[in-house]
Design a protein around this ligand. Structure first.
Ligand SMILES: Nc1ncnc2c1ncn2[C@@H]1O[C@H](COP(=O)(O)OP(=O)(O)OP(=O)(O)O)[C@@H](O)[C@H]1O
Ligand SMILES: [Mg+2]
Length: 346
């Protein structure tokens, strides 16, 4: 008979098993905690480095955007002002009534792509590398004259898939006037005031259509304005909206104007880009001379150097009154390269 209070062999093994069990439980808790912390950490790291459809990655700072546009875009006061007003209204509204749709109009080299680039780089932390930024170039993506069923499905799928992924996606249509009405009409439901379509909200998206069509009409109007002795800054959006409407009539046959987007008033704002004046070309020349390190400071650039480069470009309305650049600021960079390269050769 075992003596009182003396542990038996059986109670020894029970104690041993109990402590082994405790060690196993504690180890498991330790591993679980480690695993959980690691998991939480990996989610945080993933969220820090991987783009998400949230405010960390898509964000508008109106004041900063305004400053960047004012510093980099010359002579397009109407475009800059209109874009900022509509964008900030769209972003401030948690439940916008419809998708934001801009229609940029103007001649070559007036800054349509430049403003689009600034907007994308400002709104999306990853700029054009963002998975929420989509560029459609008419001549590259839909080159045929006849729109096929496959073309329409391709465009529909792009918009639906991308907005399903992120409501605040942006779609840029370059050379929009080259797209057929049939194709553009595919976009109608996504630009309209629908609460949702198949439970997907399309109203937070942004669409930008770029086109040259109204360019010559805007130039003609600006020449008249200038001949009447009026200053560029006096012109406002209302003065020019009818020009774009006239361009729509005279461009019958252009799919863009015949599409439901126009007839159903689904474009938030028609934005005119004014022809670039000689003074603005001067700013563009100076910008490239500094960017390419030909001069260190703006003050170092001789006026005759600016003049020499400007002479390489063609101006409207005639040789005596060289008022507007035929190609805006578009060919400035290559002319800077040419003149400065020529100097280096001598
Ligand atoms: N208003 C402007 N202010 C400053 N730079 C400009 C302006 N317009 C054009 N540029 C410069 O000229 C070049 C061409 O401009 P951009 O690509 O924006 O022209 P665009 O209006 O899109 O022309 P296109 O209709 O031919 O596509 C770019 O280097 C751009 O930075
Ligand atoms: Mg462009």
């Amino acid at each position: 008979m075992p003596r009182n209070n003396q542990p038996t062999l059986h109670s020894h093994s029970q104690l041993f098993l109990g402590s082994e069990c405790l060690v196993t439980i504690l180890t498991s808790i330790g591993f679980a905690t480690l695993f959980f912390t690691g998991w939480i950490l990996s989610i945080s790291v993933h969220n820090i480095y991987n783009e998400n459809c949230n405010e960390r990655w898509i964000h508008l700072d109106t004041t900063e955007l305004k400053n960047v546009l004012h510093a980099n875009v010359y002579g397009e006061h109407i475009a800059v002002k209109t874009v900022v007003i509509h964008l900030s209204a769209h972003f401030m509204d948690d439940n916008p009534p419809k998708a934001l749709a801009f229609s940029f109009h103007g001649g070559p080299g007036t800054g349509k792509t430049l403003i689009t680039k600034i907007l994308v780089n400002h709104l999306y932390k990853k700029g054009f590398k963002s998975q929420f930024v989509h560029m459609v170039v008419a001549s590259r993506d839909f080159p045929q004259n006849q729109t096929t069923y496959q073309d329409k499905m391709k465009l529909r799928k792009l918009v639906e898939d991308k907005i399903k992924q992120c409501g605040q996606s942006i779609f840029i249509f370059d050379e929009a006037d080259k797209l057929s009405p049939d194709l553009l009409n595919i976009l109608k439901p996504y630009l309209d005031h629908h609460e949702h379509i198949d439970n997907i909200v399309y109203r937070k998206a942004i669409f930008i259509f770029l086109s040259n069509t109204a360019g010559p009409m805007l130039t003609k109007h600006m020449i008249e304005f200038w001949r009447d002795g009026k200053s560029r800054d006096e012109i406002n959006l209302r003065d020019l909206e009818h020009i774009i409407a006239d361009a729509a009539v005279s461009s019958a046959g252009s799919g863009y104007y015949e599409s439901d987007l126009m007839s159903h008033h689904l474009i938030t704002a028609f934005i005119p880009f004014l022809p670039i004046e000689k003074e603005h070309v001067g700013h563009c020349i100076k910008h490239h001379l500094i960017a390419k390190r030909h001069y260190k400071h703006y003050i170092d650039i001789p006026i005759n150097k600016i003049e020499e480069i400007a002479q390489q470009l063609q101006f409207y309305p005639n040789e005596t009154d060289k008022m507007f650049s035929a190609t805006g600021c578009k060919r400035v960079e290559e002319k800077v390269d040419y003149i400065m390269g020529e100097k280096d050769q001598n």
